[in-house]
Structures are given as C-alpha cells and as structure tokens.
Design a protein around this ligand. Structure first.
Ligand SMILES: CC(=O)N[C@H]1[C@@H](OP(=O)(O)OP(=O)(O)OC[C@H]2O[C@@H](n3ccc(=O)[nH]c3=O)[C@H](O)[C@@H]2O)O[C@H](CO)[C@@H](O)[C@@H]1O
Ligand SMILES: C=C(OP(=O)(O)O)C(=O)O
Length: 435
C-alpha cells in the first residue's frame, strides 16, 4: 500500500477548480498514436499515474515521445520495438493498467500482430474482455490466450470489414474494434457500439487522421477502411468524472464552488442527476457554479416512490460517478437507492461510510439504500483504505465533510486518476496533507 492522506474535515471550502483532461479519453487517444508513422500532438493530457504509465509503455514500444509543455506531448510511432513487446518486462508493465488493452486494436491493424498481458485496473468485480476479442476475430484475426501466462496474442494477415453486433456496449471494446477497423479492407459496421463523448472524440480524431467513420455519437458506427492514416492534433475534453465529483464535494461540504470550463453540453445526464439529489447548480457559460447549501432534499419519483439512481451505458449515467452519488446522499434529506448494475464489487466501500456514521443498507452487491442525515449529524473522521479509484475519491469527499481527522491509505488508487488532487483541494481551502 502506497502513501496516505490525512484530512481534517468539517471545513467549508470556496473558490474555483478546473477539471483535468479526461483520464479515460486519454487512454484511448494515446493508443491511437500507434496507428500512424506520422506525428500526433495531444494536448490537455492529465498528469496522472495511469496515463503516465501508458506514455512510458509507448516509449518502450519505440514511439518517440516529446513533451512540449504541461499536458502537451507529441508522439511519433515510426519504429516499433517488437523485442520489448514480446519481453517479460512488457508482461509486467502492460498489466499495470486497464487502458493498455487498447494497444491491441492499433497494433493488429497496422502490424498484423498484437500482444497483451491481462490488463490491470480497478478490482471492482469481473471485467471480461470477450467483446474485444470477438470483434477482432470477426474482422479476421486469430486469437490465442495462454492461460499459464495470462497472455493474449492476436495475428492477422489481413483484416476484413464486416457487420459486427457487439454483445455489450463495452467502452474500451468499441474503441479497440474501431481502431482495428479503420485500417481493415472494406466496410465495417459496429452495432451496439458504446457512444460516450470520449469515443466520439476518438472517432473524430481518427477522421482527422484520414479515417472514414460515420455515425459518431450513435450506437451504429460505419467505418470505411483506408490504407494509411496520417498525423493530427487533438485536445482532451475535461474529465466528466471529476466534474461530478466536485459538484458532490461542494454539496457535502456546504461550499460555494465554481467548476471551470466543463464543456457543459458533453455532460449528458450528469448535472440533472445531481439536481435530483436536491443540489442546486447553475450553468454560467462553460462553468458550473454550485452555491453553498445548508440542506439538499432528494426528489422522489412522480408516483411518490423512492428515487433510484443506476448506471447505464452512455447516454445513461456513468458507473464511475455512482460512488460519489452514494456519498453525497449520506448527507441529503431523504432516501436513495443506488443500483450499480455493471460492476459486481464496486459498492463494498460503503462499510467505511457506515463506520463514519452514514445510514446505509447494502441490500446486495449491486444495491445500497442510503438514508440521508440532512447535515444534522456529521460523518465522523476515521482511518480507511481506498479500495478503488472512484471509491477513493468518494471517501476523500466524505472525509472532507466529516468532523475530525481521517486517514486514507492506499492513495495510489486515487493518484492513478486525479491530478495533484491534494494541491487542488488545498487551493479550495481543504486541510489535507500527503503523508
Ligand atoms: C479505461 C476506461 O475507459 N475504463 C472505463 C470503461 O471500462 P471498460 O471498457 O473496461 O468497461 P466496459 O464498458 O467494457 O464494461 C464495464 C462493465 O459493465 C458491463 N456492461 C458493459 C456494457 C453494457 O452494455 N452492459 C454491461 O453490463 C460489462 O460486463 C463490464 O463488467 O468503461 C466503464 C463503463 O463505463 C468505466 O467504468 C471505466 O472507467
Ligand atoms: C474503473 C475505472 O478505471 P479503469 O477502467 O482504468 O480500472 C474508472 O476510471 O473508474
């Protein structure tokens, strides 16, 4: 376990915070640089562990990486080091994060072979990769999984476009198959494609590189294969999971906070989902202002029944914000059912909130009922271990609202997704120390 945060909570915060570039977009976009031998310049790259690890892996692959400034890099994949890709080091490095899986599509498309250890990422239940491999096989690849070594191998003399109906709208799966199909022969149609803003960003970038993708933003993508892709420039969207987290932070700490440059129109149902918890938030151009609120009251459904917030593939509510919703509900007035449909072990962190005094019943691994305390009795500071990236940030927000001192251990799980989080929270007036 690496590092800890010590937090003295119960303080009102105030000021402005700017969201980092989106982590999950960055992981897709960085893999796409492997599709061309020309230079690709990428801006607004968040300075976080997962992304930095992927940049290191690209460097080890032989990609020339140049840092132009903060969050601004150029990549040129004109030579690839296959010795490294087949080496034991790559088996170790590639397994450190989830996003590395999206190296497969570009490598297969451009070089006809691709290798990958079982990727890492959050331990939030089973995270199957079938959709990715079924897609590659449909395009004509041979697939081999070495169960002893947890190592995937893909080979294809030629990829051929076809109609692919995905079993599920997997985010990284869709990105991977799109990146394989852009250089395939003929037309590929991907139905039941994931369509979140980050995938739209990837498709737009690929089109700027010379790809022919239509249907962007829908669940039916049509891709006319091309022979060659060229260089481009791309800027990452702000991270919607951060934006939601800072809305939650403001509500939990009764603080007035302005979240800058959020690209509001790309946030889908996120703002309204927080409004359903009774939180006031105002759009001002591209900023969101959350005023200081003593109380916020959870809405009910029209028929008077208890509100349920659940995750769903985009444009549904992202699963990555459900932990924040759950924490914020602990101090709302009213009752909420949180239904985490996608992941099997993402709600277990509620035992830590219960230790802090929150009123929560974990109904089963997917559902938790929260009875809000209406800010009448604050959470109590405690010592806890961050289990995953989003629960980690949710616990951090709980600790900032709690009375007394909290210690959060295993903050690598927070650092892998949030840039300089202690520095940025301190700038809002938080009492947080990295120990
Ligand atoms: C690096 C990255 O981008 N990670 C994100 C990506 O992970 P990732 O791409 O790995 O997640 P997937 O979209 O493949 O699916 C996540 C889970 O949801 C289930 N599932 C998925 C689609 C569906 O229609 N029904 C369904 O039940 C899958 O079985 C899986 O267990 O998308 C997830 C879902 O938004 C996010 O939580 C992760 O932060
Ligand atoms: C689950 C997440 O990340 P990863 O897919 O990288 O594990 C996340 O970003 O919430």
């Amino acid at each position: 376990m690496t590092g800890a945060f010590e937090i003295r909570g119960g303080k009102q915060l105030h000021g402005e915070i700017t969201p980092q570039g989106a982590k999950n977009e960055a992981l897709q976009i960085l893999c796409a640089v492997l599709l061309t031998d020309e230079e690709v310049r990428i801006k607004n790259i968040p300075d976080i562990q997962d992304v930095n690890r992927l940049i290191e892996i690209l460097g080890d692959f032989g990609v020339k990486v140049t840092k132009n400034g903060s969050g601004d890099y150029s990549f040129k994949a004109n030579e690839i080091n296959f010795d490294y890709i087949k080496s034991p080091e790559f088996k170790k490095d590639g397994a450190k994060l989830r996003g590395s899986i999206m190296i497969l599509g570009p490598m297969l498309a451009r070089f006809g072979e691709a290798y990958m250890p079982t990727p890492g990422g959050d331990k939030i239940g089973r995270r199957r990769l079938d959709t990715h491999f079924q897609g590659f096989v449909e395009l004509g690849a041979e697939f081999h999984y070495d169960e002893n070594d947890y190592f995937y191998t893909l080979k294809a003399k030629e990829l051929r476009g076809k109609f692919i109906l995905l079993e599920e709208a997997s985010v990284t799966g869709t990105a991977n198959i799109v990146m394989a199909a852009v250089l395939a022969k003929g037309e590929t149609k991907i139905y039941n494609a994931a369509c979140e803003p980050y995938l739209q960003q990837l498709c737009k970038m690929l089109n700027r590189m010379g790809a022919k993708i239509s249907g962007i933003g829908s669940n039916l993508l049509t891709i006319e294969g091309v022979n060659h892709l060229g260089g481009t420039e791309h800027t990452m969207l702000p991270d919607m999971v951060e934006i939601g987290s800072w809305i939650g932070l403001a509500a939990m700490t009764k603080s007035a906070i302005t979240i800058k440059n959020v690209n509001y129109d790309e946030l889908g149902v996120i703002p309204n989902t927080f409004r359903k918890l009774g939180i006031t938030l105002e759009r001002s151009g591209e900023d969101i202002f959350v005023p200081a609120q003593e109380h916020y009251k959870i809405q009910k459904f029209i028929d008077g029944s208890i509100l349920t917030i659940s995750d769903a593939p985009w444009p549904g509510f992202t699963p990555d914000l459900l932990s924040i919703i759950l924490v914020v509900a602990t101090q709302a007035k009213g009752t909420l059912l949180v239904h985490q449909k996608m992941f099997e072990s993402r709600l277990f962190f509620v035992d830590k909130l219960i230790d802090m005094g929150a009123q929560i019943i974990l109904c089963d691994p997917h559902r938790a009922t929260v009875v809000g305390l209406n800010h009448e009795s604050p959470l109590r500071g405690t010592s806890m271990v961050s289990p995953d990236i989003r629960a980690g940030n949710a616990l951090l927000i709980a600790a900032l609202s709690a009375e007394g001192k909290s210690t959060i251990h295993n903050i690598e799980q927070i650092d892998r997704g949030y840039e300089n989080i202690d520095g940025r929270l301190k700038a809002l007036g938080a009492n947080i120390v990295r120990i």
